[in-house]
Design a binder for this molecule. Structure first.
Ligand code: SF4
Ligand code: SF4
Length: 89
């Protein structure tokens, strides 16, 4: 059974807003490193290029940016933040 954040008491999801991560298709070589490391499932490969499917589950970890050897990913912090918040801090 899949567990979502809605099922965990005291945990609230804060979705990302705006295009705070972008991919330059001219620099992307389709290696899929970003797809493999993204725990939010934000990326997919379409016609041998990475595209952002959705940033709704992005946790601002920066892993996609870190593993992109071709510097095809531009990363910036979203206004207000994104990710999950717990009532415990
Ligand atoms: S890690 Fe970089 S080069 Fe590789 S698919 Fe993702 S955006 Fe493209
Ligand atoms: S910052 Fe982390 S969660 Fe967000 S798109 Fe990149 S790898 Fe995925």
């Amino acid at each position: 059974m899949a567990i979502s954040f809605d099922d965990i008491p005291g945990v609230e999801w804060e979705p990302g807003a705006g295009e705070f991560i972008t991919v330059d298709p001219e620099l992307c070589i389709g290696c899929a490193n970003c797809v493999k490391v993204c725990l939010g499932g934000c990326y997919e490969i379409v016609r041998k290029k990475a595209v952002i499917r959705s940033l709704d589950k992005c946790m601002e970890c920066g892993a996609c940016w870190y593993v992109c050897d071709n510097e095809a990913i531009s990363f910036s912090w979203p206004p207000g933040g994104t990710g999950f918040r717990t009532k415990w801090g």
